[in-house]
Design a protein around this ligand. Structure first.
Ligand code: HEC
Ligand code: HEC
Ligand code: HEC
Length: 203
């Protein structure tokens, strides 16, 4: 039999199949492996390991290059209180099952964009999509009344505010404004700030 056919026979089910429909077999094997590993080491451990600042900020080239440095310069990285807000504090819900749902969806979507499409692999590409990505985050935060912000900042505990802040914060009593409506770019450059800083990349 021809050599490549023999080769295929030797590699059995793990080989690259003749038609893409048969890709399901090695892919299924891989998935089983992932699920098995999660079962063995505990989903908890896998969730922990992929929820650290270290992982979120540096596992992807794009995040390490474009996101990590801005966060490090922000008030949420270092401040007079010494309390740091990490990636997961703002981006991953603390409660189950929301936590698992968000992580699974983001894992698949971000992995696909990062490793398959390279959607934000360069400064130009990143800036071209920043507004769209930011909008997604804002939308989520509007929908959940800035839940992540409120795990640390309690509206009822604001003290010694300026008159302006007090007036603005008072607007939340009606229930139709929330933190993110007024405070964007608190850990990253907001899109309009980025456009000013990287004009060439974002026109
Ligand atoms: C893990 C806790 C934590 C989370 C989550 C968090 N913050 Fe903060 N935030 C802080 C701390 C700590 C400071 C610094 C307070 C200080 O020492 O002045 C701060 C400061 C701020 C400031 C003041 C900025 C300045 O320049 O002085 C704003 C505005 C703010 N946060 C908004 C938000 C918003 C909006 C969110 C949600 C998107 C959020 N925070 C989420 C802990 C948090
Ligand atoms: C309607 C707009 C508005 C909303 C909604 C709002 N803020 Fe503010 N916030 C302001 C303004 C304006 C200031 C004052 C900024 C200044 O003086 O530089 C301020 C100041 C702050 C500060 C800094 C206080 C300081 O000492 O300077 C923090 C922290 C903060 N807001 C957090 C929040 C959080 C968390 C929420 C949601 C629970 C929220 N804000 C909702 C407008 C808003
Ligand atoms: C204090 C809350 C907070 C922290 C901490 C934080 N983010 Fe964000 N993130 C936001 C908000 C709010 C947006 C929406 C855009 C904006 O307002 O800056 C955002 C936007 C993003 C975006 C979309 C691109 C962009 O620049 O808008 C990515 C990707 C992202 N964050 C990843 C991360 C990673 C990775 C970390 C940790 C290194 C992190 N974030 C830490 C609140 C946070």
């Amino acid at each position: 039999m021809p050599e490549n056919q023999e080769e295929r026979k030797r590699r059995g089910i793990w080989g690259w199949p003749r038609t893409k429909w048969l890709l399901g077999i090695p892919l299924g094997g891989f998935l089983a492996l992932v699920v098995g590993a999660a079962a063995m080491f505990g989903t908890g451990a896998a969730i922990e390991a992929t929820g650290t600042d270290e992982f979120c900020a540096t596992a992807c080239h794009s995040h390490e290059q474009f996101i990590y440095p801005e966060w490090k310069e922000s008030v949420h990285y270092s401040n007079r209180s010494g309390v740091r807000a990490g990636c997961a504090d703002c981006h991953i819900p603390k409660e189950y099952p929301d936590k698992l749902i968000v992580k699974t969806k983001a894992g698949i979507r971000d992995g696909y964009h990062e490793f398959v499409l390279g959607s934000i692999s360069t400064r130009e590409r990143f800036e071209a999509r920043r507004a769209e990505m930011a909008e997604k985050v804002w939308e989520e935060m509007r929908a959940n009344d800035s839940r992540a912000c409120r795990t640390c900042h309690k509206a009822e505990s604001f003290a010694d505010q300026s008159d302006r802040a007090e007036r603005m914060h008072g607007r939340m009593e009606t229930g139709d404004t929330t933190c993110i409506d007024c405070h964007d770019g608190v850990a990253h450059l907001a899109p309009y700030e980025a456009a000013r800083k990287y004009p060439a990349a974002s026109d």
